[in-house]
Design a protein. Sequence first.
Length: 113
Amino acid sequence: MLDLDNFSNIHKVFGKDIADLLLQDVVKIVKNNIRKEDIIIRKGDDELLILVKKFDNNTKPLDIAQRIINKISSTKFNLIYNTVKITASAGIYLYPEKEIDFSLVLKKSILHY
Protein backbone atom coordinates (compact mmCIF):
# COMPACT_ATOMS: atom_id res chain seq x y z
CA MET A 1 0.00 0.00 0.00
CA LEU A 2 1.42 3.35 -1.03
CA ASP A 3 0.02 6.54 0.49
CA LEU A 4 0.88 10.02 -0.75
CA ASP A 5 1.60 12.12 2.32
CA ASN A 6 -0.52 15.27 2.79
CA PHE A 7 -2.08 14.78 -0.63
CA SER A 8 -5.27 16.43 0.60
CA ASN A 9 -3.37 19.75 0.50
CA ILE A 10 -2.84 19.29 -3.25
CA HIS A 11 -6.61 18.75 -3.60
CA LYS A 12 -7.39 21.87 -1.60
CA VAL A 13 -4.92 24.16 -3.34
CA PHE A 14 -5.08 22.94 -6.94
CA GLY A 15 -8.39 21.06 -7.14
CA LYS A 16 -9.32 17.48 -7.92
CA ASP A 17 -8.44 17.54 -11.63
CA ILE A 18 -4.88 18.74 -11.04
CA ALA A 19 -4.47 16.35 -8.11
CA ASP A 20 -5.57 13.50 -10.38
CA LEU A 21 -2.95 14.54 -12.96
CA LEU A 22 -0.30 14.44 -10.25
CA LEU A 23 -1.49 11.00 -9.21
CA GLN A 24 -1.17 9.85 -12.83
CA ASP A 25 2.47 10.98 -12.77
CA VAL A 26 2.99 9.02 -9.56
CA VAL A 27 1.46 5.93 -11.19
CA LYS A 28 3.99 6.28 -14.03
CA ILE A 29 6.80 6.26 -11.48
CA VAL A 30 5.35 3.15 -9.84
CA LYS A 31 4.95 1.40 -13.21
CA ASN A 32 8.58 2.15 -14.05
CA ASN A 33 9.66 0.44 -10.83
CA ILE A 34 7.62 -2.76 -10.97
CA ARG A 35 7.19 -5.51 -13.55
CA LYS A 36 4.52 -5.54 -16.24
CA GLU A 37 2.71 -8.45 -14.59
CA ASP A 38 2.39 -6.62 -11.27
CA ILE A 39 -0.82 -4.72 -10.56
CA ILE A 40 -1.54 -1.16 -9.41
CA ILE A 41 -4.96 -0.35 -7.95
CA ARG A 42 -6.11 3.10 -6.91
CA LYS A 43 -7.70 2.95 -3.49
CA GLY A 44 -9.05 6.28 -2.38
CA ASP A 45 -7.81 9.73 -3.35
CA ASP A 46 -4.19 9.24 -2.36
CA GLU A 47 -3.58 5.52 -1.96
CA LEU A 48 -2.29 2.93 -4.38
CA LEU A 49 -2.32 -0.79 -3.76
CA ILE A 50 0.59 -2.45 -5.54
CA LEU A 51 0.33 -6.22 -5.96
CA VAL A 52 3.66 -7.84 -6.73
CA LYS A 53 2.93 -11.44 -7.58
CA LYS A 54 6.26 -13.15 -6.96
CA PHE A 55 9.70 -12.18 -5.80
CA ASP A 56 12.92 -13.76 -6.90
CA ASN A 57 15.82 -14.29 -4.50
CA ASN A 58 17.44 -10.98 -5.47
CA THR A 59 14.34 -8.81 -5.05
CA LYS A 60 13.08 -7.75 -1.65
CA PRO A 61 9.69 -6.07 -1.11
CA LEU A 62 11.24 -3.40 1.10
CA ASP A 63 13.75 -2.54 -1.64
CA ILE A 64 10.96 -2.08 -4.18
CA ALA A 65 8.95 0.11 -1.81
CA GLN A 66 11.99 2.20 -0.88
CA ARG A 67 12.97 2.68 -4.53
CA ILE A 68 9.44 3.92 -5.37
CA ILE A 69 9.30 6.21 -2.33
CA ASN A 70 12.74 7.66 -3.11
CA LYS A 71 11.82 8.31 -6.74
CA ILE A 72 8.56 10.03 -5.76
CA SER A 73 10.25 12.23 -3.15
CA SER A 74 13.07 13.22 -5.52
CA THR A 75 10.75 14.17 -8.39
CA LYS A 76 9.60 17.75 -8.98
CA PHE A 77 6.03 17.67 -10.26
CA ASN A 78 4.81 20.54 -12.43
CA LEU A 79 1.31 21.71 -11.53
CA ILE A 80 -0.03 24.64 -13.51
CA TYR A 81 2.56 27.36 -12.75
CA ASN A 82 3.99 25.67 -9.68
CA THR A 83 6.47 22.92 -8.99
CA VAL A 84 5.75 20.69 -6.01
CA LYS A 85 7.53 17.88 -4.26
CA ILE A 86 5.64 15.18 -2.42
CA THR A 87 6.51 12.27 -0.19
CA ALA A 88 4.95 8.87 0.23
CA SER A 89 4.64 6.17 2.87
CA ALA A 90 4.25 2.45 2.31
CA GLY A 91 2.94 -0.58 4.13
CA ILE A 92 3.95 -4.07 3.05
CA TYR A 93 2.04 -7.30 3.54
CA LEU A 94 3.45 -10.60 2.28
CA TYR A 95 0.78 -13.18 1.68
CA PRO A 96 1.19 -16.90 0.99
CA GLU A 97 0.46 -18.10 -2.53
CA LYS A 98 -2.52 -20.09 -1.29
CA GLU A 99 -4.17 -16.96 0.12
CA ILE A 100 -6.22 -15.73 -2.82
CA ASP A 101 -8.96 -13.87 -0.97
CA PHE A 102 -8.25 -10.39 -2.31
CA SER A 103 -10.40 -8.64 0.31
CA LEU A 104 -8.38 -10.31 3.06
CA VAL A 105 -5.10 -9.30 1.42
CA LEU A 106 -6.38 -5.71 1.17
CA LYS A 107 -7.46 -5.64 4.82
CA LYS A 108 -4.12 -6.99 5.98
CA SER A 109 -2.18 -4.52 3.86
CA ILE A 110 -4.17 -1.66 5.41
CA LEU A 111 -3.44 -2.98 8.90
CA HIS A 112 0.28 -3.08 8.14
CA TYR A 113 0.28 0.47 6.73
